[in-house]
Design a protein around this ligand. Structure first.
Ligand code: GLU
Length: 316
């Protein structure tokens, strides 16, 4: 349900990829609306994927609620919902392909080891110092013997990867110095987000990823995995984050920005969509409107051209 007919001959495929860990808030709605408008304005179709990789934080009640809320807001999709909990075999197969290319190694570092190894500044990524990269077979056996369970990291080269982002422009990251060997599987056996998202985007034919700019720094890692696995590379558009006062990113704990509070404040779905579109420049005014109605006047280049700040926009 909630699906609309796929645009005939559409070559652009976008996706909604919510994590079912809470009720949507204004920030999620803005990112979803921007994604929907960008993809639909290119004649593309949308896939819905529920990212329930984190089994503990994902809840069945949010799975249902999120789908109903997308429908109610007029954010339609053409395929899915797909669930990450159905995809372990595909992740395992990709993991094995990486392992055969000798690109992954077991890492026995504890969280405490990692924290001791580097002290990132606020907002900075923690670069893995490579502690377990060159362990000998006997050193590995010793750690296994101590009952330590290995996580798995992918070995990255000293390589600069550039994303040509449709909103942010070119973004370049050196994998070795700005990222380091990153996790593809956790020590509890769960596959890491970076691996799952790449395998899913490819399997679901996603050719345009629209999401919050907080994930821009993950994109070079994902492109590295796409290349290592021989998967097609989607295009990317990272949209600004909606922030509260003091530049604080909105979260599911901001109840006044949660969907129920928004419905109370604006009365209707169109009221919410129109307000969010107006304050973020997706529309010329805050008048109530459906996504479908906004599509007629939406233009990605013009929207980006009007942005005073591509990283954050104030929620109010
Ligand atoms: N599931 C992630 C989230 O809800 C989005 C991941 C992605 O878009 O790649 O934040």
């Amino acid at each position: 349900m909630g699906a609309s007919a796929a645009a005939p001959g559409a070559s652009v495929v976008g996706r909604f990829a919510p994590s079912p860990t809470g009720v949507m808030h204004a920030g999620n709605i803005f990112a979803a609306l921007a994604g929907w408008l960008i993809v639909r304005s290119m004649g593309g179709k949308m896939v819905l994927r529920l990212e329930d990789l984190d089994r503990e934080r994902s809840k069945g009640c949010y799975v249902d609620r999120i789908q109903r809320d997308f429908e109610r807001l007029g954010l339609t999709w053409d395929e899915g919902p797909f669930f990450q909990h159905d995809r372990d075999d595909a992740y395992q197969e990709a993991f094995e392909r990486l392992a055969q290319a000798a690109a992954v190694y077991p890492c026995y570092c504890t969280r405490a080891d990692l924290h001791a190894a580097s002290a990132p500044h606020r907002g900075e990524k923690r670069v893995y110092p490579g502690t377990c990269r060159h362990l000998s077979a006997s050193e590995r056996a010793k750690r296994e013997g101590e009952g330590r369970r290995a996580a798995w990291r992918v070995e990255v080269p000293d390589l600069a990867v550039t994303v040509d982002d449709l909103v942010q422009g070119p973004y370049c990251q050196n994998l070795a110095t700005e990222c380091g060997d990153f996790l593809v599987r956790r020590s509890d056996g769960a596959f890491a987000y970076q691996l799952a998202v790449v395998v899913d985007d490819a399997a679901q034919g996603v050719s345009l990823v629209v999401r919050g700019v907080d994930l821009l720094c993950s994109t070079p890692q994902q492109m590295f995995l796409q290349r290592a696995l021989g998967l097609p590379e989607p295009r990317y558009a990272h949209v600004p984050l909606l922030v509260g006062e003091c530049d604080r990113r909105l979260s599911k704990r901001d109840h006044d920005a949660g969907l129920d509070a928004l419905l109370e404040r604006f009365g209707t779905s169109e009221g919410i969509i129109g307000h969010i579109a107006g304050i973020t420049g997706l529309a010329g005014s805050c008048e109530p409107a459906s996504p479908e109605a906004l599509l007629a006047s939406f233009d990605l280049k013009a929207w980006v051209g009007r942005m005073a700040d591509k990283v954050q926009m104030l929620w109010h």
